[in-house]
Design a protein around this ligand. Structure first.
Ligand code: RNT
Ligand code: ZN
Length: 432
């Protein structure tokens, strides 16, 4: 196997100086771009660490709700402590501001079975303490799946009043938890509501579940609960189809787009939740004239909503490029959503987070002003040639400097630490 001779800090500094001059020639300030790219929070999803299993004491037969992590790589975290051990490692290997995005099924209840409608902030005390210690603010999600009351494929839009009320109570409990998290950390907590509700085949009634979902969500968000909306930032996430909801998803993109707008909450766009030929990047300039902010789940669909590890591909590049060109980066809350159980999970996190941060940096290094001038002057071919040339600019040299500025390994220099971590934990976790 080839061993790399990693660059020294002097070599990285020298390459950066050259890169800075090249970008300056295109009218781009690399110093500003690095500083801005590092400051944008990326919310790391807790669920890549354990294949979306969660920590609840629960019935083993509970449904997956259409969420499926495939692969059998050893070393899955099985407890809150093991997850935190992995997140600690990840945090050492990725540059920039990181938050942790928890799901309600990661409650730590000390071995007691606590159902979802009875969760309280105390069940997340260890997460909040860890966050405070590591300087990592928390975001949160109700878990409307992997539960016997989700087995029918319907939750908040279920025809049965009892099932609906249970999930409304869960949503409300989660808002109180998110509010408590926000108070403790001194920054708002994003609470993203995603439900699996839908039908595998040709429902005769596409209307009633949607009508019920409007009502149920309104009940979850009920002002009377007294949850401070400046602390708990609710979001709703739509989807084109899911496993078991191929024909009909109650919470579709249009449904939530209008719901979010009229209820003044956040709309969440997951990059895996659209038709493969649809461009999420193109949606930003269509939605942001109306929605004050958006939540973005960076994900990577391969042929379907497969939640592959996020990489620096054109989808990721263009979504942030569009946000930067529209001066809208501060109106997009960035969160990750992928889970691959076939490779080392800590490295999966590192690759996905670094790719997302790199895409932010790439967007901030775009010579947008020059491109717009060429376009406005009708010089379309030159604009296209410039756009092509931007792919060849020395992004890697600026990226390595951004890593050094934040005291994390540049290039591939993070790999040995990730491998050492894997070797340390894998044997211990093999059984169980
Ligand atoms: C599912 C949604 C949702 C989940 C997480 C676990 O299709 O993307 O965001 O992945 O809530
Ligand atoms: Zn998502």
């Amino acid at each position: 196997m080839r061993t790399l001779s990693h660059s020294t800090e002097e070599e990285i500094a020298a390459r950066y100086e050259t890169a800075r001059d090249i970008y300056a020639d295109y009218g781009v300030d690399t110093e500003l771009a690095i500083e801005h790219a590092l400051r944008i929070p990326i919310s790391m999803h807790c669920w890549q660490g354990d294949d979306v299993a969660g920590l609840e004491v629960r019935d083993p037969a509970a449904s997956g709700g259409g969420i499926l992590a495939t692969g059998g790589h050893p070393g899955r975290a099985r407890t809150g402590d093991e997850l935190r051990e992995d997140y600690d490692e990840v945090l050492d290997l990725v540059p920039g501001e990181i938050r942790l995005n928890l799901h309600a099924m990661y409650a730590e209840t000390g071995g007691q079975k606590v159902d979802r409608d009875a969760l309280t902030p105390e069940h997340f005390a260890r997460w909040m303490d860890w966050g405070a210690e590591r300087g990592v603010d928390l975001d949160f999600n109700p878990t409307y799946f992997a539960h016997p009351r989700a087995d029918d494929g319907f939750t908040l839009s279920h025809a049965d009043e009892g099932v609906r009320s249970f999930w409304i109570a869960h949503g409300r409990a989660c808002r109180r938890i998110a509010e408590a998290m926000a108070r403790k950390q001194g920054s708002p907590c994003v609470l993203n509501h995603w439900i699996p509700d839908g039908a595998k085949d040709s429902p005769a009634d596409r209307w009633s579940p949607r009508a019920r979902l409007v009502e149920a969500l309104d009940a979850v968000l009920d002002e009377a609960a007294g949850v401070d909306r400046s602390l708990c930032l609710d979001a709703v996430e739509g989807k084109l189809f899911g496993l078991g909801s191929e024909d009909y998803v109650v919470g579709s993109h249009e449904f939530y787009s209008h719901y979010a707008l009229t209820r003044r909450i956040l709309l969440c766009l997951d990059m895996g939740h659209f038709h493969p030929t649809e461009s999420v990047a193109d949606k930003l300039s269509a939605l942001l004239p109306f929605h004050p902010e958006l939540l973005l789940h960076t994900s990577r669909p391969i042929r379907w909503d497969s939640d592959h590890v996020v990489i620096f591909n054109d989808d990721l590049r263009t979504v942030f490029l569009e946000a930067a060109r529209g001066g809208a980066l501060d109106r997009i809350r960035v969160a990750l959503d992928f889970f691959d159980a076939s490779i080392h999970r800590v490295s999966a996190y590192v690759i996905g987070i670094r790719a997302t941060r790199l895409a932010l940096l790439h967007a901030l290094l775009d010579p947008s002003d020059a491109l717009r001038e060429l376009e406005a002057a009708g010089r379309g071919a030159e604009k296209l040639a410039w756009m092509e040339q931007t792919r060849l600019l020395p992004l890697g040299a600026v990226w390595d400097m951004a890593c050094l500025r934040d005291s994390v390994p540049p290039g591939l220099a993070w790999l040995p630490a990730a491998a050492a971590h894997e070797a340390r934990v894998v044997e211990r976790r093999r059984n169980g």
